[in-house]
Ligand binder design. Structure first.
Ligand code: TXA
Ligand code: MG
Length: 450
C-alpha cells in the first residue's frame, strides 16, 4: 500500500531556464516538427539529462514545471513507472492521465506505431485528425489537451488511459518540460503534482508541501505562468466538446475553423441554478485547501464592498467553535481573497494591517509573477472589543489572467498560515479564462453565495 512506502529524501533541483532547446522544422517543414535540446554542457542540461536517465530506469515519478501547473511525470510507455504516479499522488486509478510530448514527431509515432507484422513502417503516415490541426497550429505548445484515439497496438501503458479508447495529449509551453521529454525519448504521463484533492501546485515549494517523502526529485523552474491546468477538448465527437475549462478560453477555441460550435461538456455549480449552501464537509474533494472555502459568485460579489462582520457571524452562528477553528485556542483565522470589487476587509473590526510580500519572481511577465501582499490584522468582536482571532487579506489582481495565476497559490498560502475560513470574491465565467477559474473555485468551495 502507498502508505507503507519508505520515506524518500525529496530534493528540489533548480534548473536555470537558459537556452535549453528550440524547435526545428521537421521533415515536412512544420513549425513544431522537432524539439532540439541544446548541445551545451550547462548545469540545466546536465540536471535534465540525469532526470531523463532516472525516468527511463526508475519507477518513481519526477515533478517538473509546465506553463500551467507542476506535473508529476513518468515514462508513459512503462506500466510500472505509470503506477508510481498513482501511488505517489494517492490518485484513484480510474482517472486517466494526460501525456506530454516534445514535438509532432513524437505524437505521430504514438498514433501510428510501426507495423512489424508485414514489415511495413507507417510512422510517417499522418493520423492527426484534421479537426485538431487549427488548434495545434494556434495553441501548441500551450495549455490545451486533445483527446485522440489510442491505437490498438498502442505503446502507451494501459494505466495511462484507465481503460478508455482515447488518450489525452498536450505539448507544454516550457523549454524545461520539452527538453526533459525529448531527453527521455518517451512521452511523459503527468497529472498535476499535488496530492489528490489539494489545489494544483504552481511552485516547486507547493509540490514539496504535498509530496515530500514520496518522490525523489522536484525540478524547479520557478512559478508557473498560467496557474490553472490546460483546457481539455474532445474533437472526435460532433459538436466538439470542452471537457475541462483551462488556460485556453472558449472564445479562443470558437475562433478556430471547425470549432465555432464547440460546447461545454462539463457541468459545475453555476448550472445547478441558485445553489443552496452546501453543508460544510460536503465539499467536492478537489482543489480543496484545509480551510473551509466560501465563494461569492461574481453577480453577488459585485455589489458588495467586501466581507462584512455579518458574513463571519452568519457563518459561525449555530456552530461549535471547534468545528470551525483548526487550531483551537489560537482564535479564528479568516482569510479573504479579493479580485475585482471588494475593498480590503470592509466592515470588520480589525487592528492595523501589517503587510508582507510573499514570493516574488523577476520574470519577463512581471505582471503575472506570484507576488502578493498578505495583509494581516487582529480581529475583534464588534460588540465586546475582545480579540477573537486574525484576519488575512490578499488581492490577486483584477484581470482574469492574473486571478488564474495567483489563485491556487493564494489558497495554499492562506492554508499555510492556518486559515479556518477563506472568503473568495469570484469572477465572471465569460471573460477570457474566467470559466476555468470559477470551475476550480466552485469545486473548492463548501458554500457558494449566488
Ligand atoms: O495543465 C495540465 O493539464 C496539467 C499539467 C501537468 O500538464 N495536467 C493535469 O493533469 O491537469 P490531471 O491528471 O490533473 O488532469 C487530467 C484531466 C482529468 O480531468 C482527466 O479526467 C482528463 O484530463 N483526461 C485525461 N485523459 C482523458 C481521456 N482519455 N478522456 C477523458 N478525459 C481525460
Ligand atoms: Mg489535477
Amino acid at each position: 500500500m502507498s502508505q507503507d512506502l519508505p520515506r524518500i529524501n525529496t530534493q528540489i533541483l533548480k534548473v536555470p531556464e537558459t537556452e535549453l532547446g528550440k524547435f526545428r522544422d521537421g521533415n515536412d517543414q512544420e513549425k513544431l516538427g522537432l524539439w532540439e535540446v541544446s548541445q551545451s554542457k550547462s548545469p540545466g542540461i546536465r540536471i535534465l539529462n540525469e532526470a531523463a536517465q532516472y525516468l527511463k530506469t526508475k519507477n518513481t515519478p519526477i515533478a517538473f514545471p509546465t506553463e500551467t501547473v507542476y506535473g508529476l511525470g513518468a515514462d508513459a510507455t512503462r506500466s510500472e513507472a505509470v503506477k508510481g504516479i498513482y501511488t505517489a499522488k494517492k490518485r484513484p486509478s480510474d482517472n486517466p492521465l494526460i501525456i506530454h510530448i516534445s514535438d509532432l514527431e513524437m505524437l505521430r509515432s504514438i498514433l501510428a506505431p510501426e507495423n512489424t507484422s508485414n514489415g511495413t513502417t507507417v510512422t510517417n503516415h499522418d493520423r492527426i485528425p484534421e479537426i485538431y490541426k487549427p488548434l495545434i497550429k494556434r495553441f501548441w505548445p500551450g495549455p490545451l489537451t486533445l483527446l485522440l484515439p489510442n491505437p490498438i497496438s498502442s505503446k502507451l501503458a494501459p494505466e495511462v488511459t484507465a481503460g478508455l479508447k482515447t488518450f489525452g495529449v498536450r505539448m507544454p509551453n516550457s523549454p524545461l518540460a520539452l527538453s526533459l521529454i525529448k531527453l527521455t525519448g518517451m512521452p511523459l504521463a503527468a497529472p498535476s503534482a499535488n496530492a489528490s484533492t489539494k489545489p494544483s501546485p504552481t511552485t516547486a515549494q507547493h509540490v514539496l508541501e504535498d509530496l515530500e517523502g514520496r518522490i525523489e526529485f522536484i525540478l524547479d523552474g520557478g512559478p508557473c505562468l498560467v496557474g490553472v491546468e490546460s483546457t481539455v477538448v474532445d474533437g472526435l465527437c460532433d459538436p466538439p466538446l470542452i471537457l475541462r475549462p483551462g488556460g485556453v478560453s472558449i472564445d479562443e477555441l470558437r475562433s478556430c475553423p471547425g470549432w465555432e460550435k464547440v460546447e461545454k461538456g462539463y457541468k459545475d455549480q453555476s448550472e445547478t441554478g441558485k445553489s443552496a449552501p452546501r453543508a460544510p464537509g460536503m465539499k467536492y474533494k478537489h482543489y480543496s485547501p484545509k480551510a473551509t472555502v466560501i465563494l461569492y459568485e461574481a453577480s453577488f460579489a459585485a455589489d458588495y464592498n467586501g466581507i462584512q462582520a455579518q458574513d463571519v457571524k452568519t457563518f459561525i452562528q449555530g456552530r461549535q467553535f471547534q468545528q470551525i477553528s483548526r487550531n483551537g485556542s489560537g482564535g479564528l483565522q479568516i482569510g479573504i481573497i479579493r479580485t475585482r470589487h471588494w475593498k480590503p476587509a470592509a466592515g470588520l473590526r480589525c487592528g492595523d494591517f501589517k503587510s508582507e510580500t510573499v514570493k516574488t519572481q523577476n520574470g519577463q511577465e512581471h505582471h503575472l509573477a506570484i507576488e502578493f501582499d498578505v495583509q494581516e490584522a487582529e480581529l475583534y468582536d464588534s460588540t465586546t472589543a475582545v480579540p477573537i482571532g486574525k484576519l488575512m487579506d490578499v488581492s490577486i489582481g483584477t484581470d482574469t489572467r492574473s486571478i488564474a495565476h495567483g489563485l491556487f497559490s493564494a489558497l495554499r498560502e492562506l492554508d499555510r498560515r492556518g486559515a479556518d475560513l477563506i472568503f473568495v470574491e469570484g469572477t465572471v465565467d465569460d471573460e477570457d479564462i474566467g470559466a476555468a477559474v470559477m470551475n476550480r473555485l466552485r469545486k473548492a468551495a463548501s458554500q457558494i453565495k449566488s
